[in-house]
Ligand binder design. Structure first.
Ligand code: AHM
Ligand code: MG
Length: 337
C-alpha cells in the first residue's frame, strides 16, 4: 500500500479508471459517485449525533416538534434517495427494508446495476462515539434491461459482485471500494468536502497478529473454533503468536483495521445464533469480495463465502475473513473432526 500525496478525488479517480476501458459506459462511476454523495450527507449527521436528538427512536418528536428519524433510518433514506434519482441503479436492497425496492421508471429500468447495502452498520455504537460504517455492493442485473429488475438480481452469489465497498465514519471518514482490479481508499477532506485518494491498491498482509471475535460468546462456539481461538492466545512456531485481541463490535472498523494491518475477524455460529448473526448479502459478501481482491480470504467455516448461492435476502451466515495465512490456519482447524 502506498500513501498517495497527489490529490485525486473519488470522481477524478473513477473517471481516470474509465480511460483504461474505452467501451465502458461510466455507469459504475456514476453509481460510486452517488454512494459517495449519500455518504457525505450521512457523515454530516453522524458528526453531530452527540449534539442533536437524532439518536431517538424512530417516530419520536424532537424539540422543534419534528419527526426524529433514527440515524440508521436517515442513512437508509439518503442511500435509497440518491440511487433512486441517479441513472445507474435499477433497484436496491437494504438491511433496513424487508423487501427489495424496484425503482421501475424509464431511466432505472434501463440501468444495468442493482445495489445492496447496510446503511449504518454497528449503529448500536453511535451514542458512545465509536466508529460505525456503511457497507455496499453492486451486481450487474441478470434480468433483461428495459423492464423492472427482479429479486433474482439480488440473490446472486457474491462471486458475481462488480464492486463492493464501505464507508467508515471514524477519526476520519473514509470510503474504500474494490473492483476486480483492486482496492482503493479515499479519505474525506473536510476542507473541500471531497473524498480524496489516500490509500492506493490496498493489499491485506498475508500474516497478521490481530484476531477479532466476541469472546463473551466463547463457550457457545463449536470445538474447532474454540481450538483456533485457543491457538491465537498461544505462542507457537508456525503462527508467531500470541496474537492481539481487538474487537470493537463495529464490523466495518474491525475489518478495516485488519485489512490494513493484517488480522482475522470472526463471527462464528453460536448456540443462541445457530445461523450466525451477520447477513450474507450486504455484510459478509461485500467484505469477502474486498478482502479477497486485497489478497485475503473469507469463509463461513465450511465453504468460501463468495460461492454461496443465497436463497433469502436477509439470510445470516457465520463469517471468518482476513489475512491469507491466518485464514488457512482457521480453515485447517474447521476441517478437523
Ligand atoms: P448491526 O447490523 O445490528 O449493527 O449488527 C452488526 C454488528 C457488526 O458490526 C458487529 O461486528 C457485530 O454486529 C457485533 O455483534 P456482537 O455485539 O454480537 O458481538
Ligand atoms: Mg448491520
Amino acid at each position: 500500500m502506498n500513501v498517495n500525496r497527489k490529490v485525486l478525488t473519488l470522481d477524478e479517480f473513477t473517471i481516470q479508471q474509465l480511460r483504461n476501458f474505452p467501451h465502458a459506459t461510466g455507469e459504475l462511476s456514476n453509481l460510486l459517485r452517488d454512494i459517495g454523495l449519500a455518504a457525505k450527507r450521512v457523515n454530516v449527521e453522524v458528526n453531530k449525533a452527540g449534539l442533536v436528538d437524532i439518536l431517538g427512536d424512530a417516530g419520536t418528536i424532537n424539540v422543534q416538534g419534528e419527526d426524529v428519524k433514527k440515524l440508521d433510518i436517515f442513512a437508509n433514506n439518503q442511500f435509497v434517495g440518491v440511487l433512486r434519482h441517479g441513472i445507474s441503479c435499477a433497484g436496491i436492497a437494504s438491511e433496513e427494508l424487508d423487501d427489495v425496492v424496484v425503482f421501475d421508471d424509464e431511466v432505472s429500468n434501463n440501468s444495468k446495476y442493482v445495489c445492496l447495502f447496510d446503511p449504518l452498520d454497528g449503529s448500536g455504537n453511535i451514542d458512545v462515539n465509536i466508529s460505525i460504517g456503511t457497507i455496499f455492493c453492486v451486481y450487474r442485473r441478470i434480468s433483461e434491461k428495459g423492464g423492472p429488475c427482479t429479486k433474482e438480481d439480488f440473490l446472486q452469489a457474491g462471486i458475481n459482485q462488480v464492486a463492493a465497498g464501505y464507508i467508515i465514519y471514524g477519526s476520519s471518514t473514509m470510503m474504500v471500494y474494490a473492483t476486480r482490479r483492486g482496492v482503493n481508499g479515499f479519505t474525506l477532506d473536510p476542507s473541500i468536502g471531497e473524498f480524496t485518494l489516500s490509500h492506493t491498491d490496498i493489499k491485506c498482509p498475508e500474516n497478521g497478529k490481530i484476531y477479532s471475535v466476541n469472546h463473551g460468546n466463547f463457550f457457545q462456539y463449536n470445538d474447532n473454533v474454540k481450538k483456533y481461538i485457543d491457538g491465537c492466545q498461544k505462542k507457537n512456531k508456525t503462527n508467531g503468536g500470541p496474537y492481539t485481541q481487538r474487537y470493537i463490535g463495529s464490523m466495518v472498523a474491525d475489518v478495516h483495521r485488519n485489512l490494513l494491518k493484517g488480522g482475522i475477524f470472526m463471527y462464528p455460529t453460536t448456540t443462541d445464533k445457530p445461523n450466525g448473526k451477520l447477513r450474507l448479502l450486504y455484510e459478509c459478501n461485500p467484505f469477502a469480495f474486498i478482502v479477497e481482491v486485497a489478497g485475503g480470504k473469507a469463509t463461513n467455516g465450511k465453504e468460501r463465502i463468495l460461492d454461496i448461492k443465497p436463497t433469502e435476502l436477509h439470510q445470516r451466515s457465520a463469517f471468518f475473513v482476513g489475512s491469507k495465512n491466518m485464514m488457512e490456519e482457521l480453515e485447517n482447524a474447521c476441517h478437523e473432526n
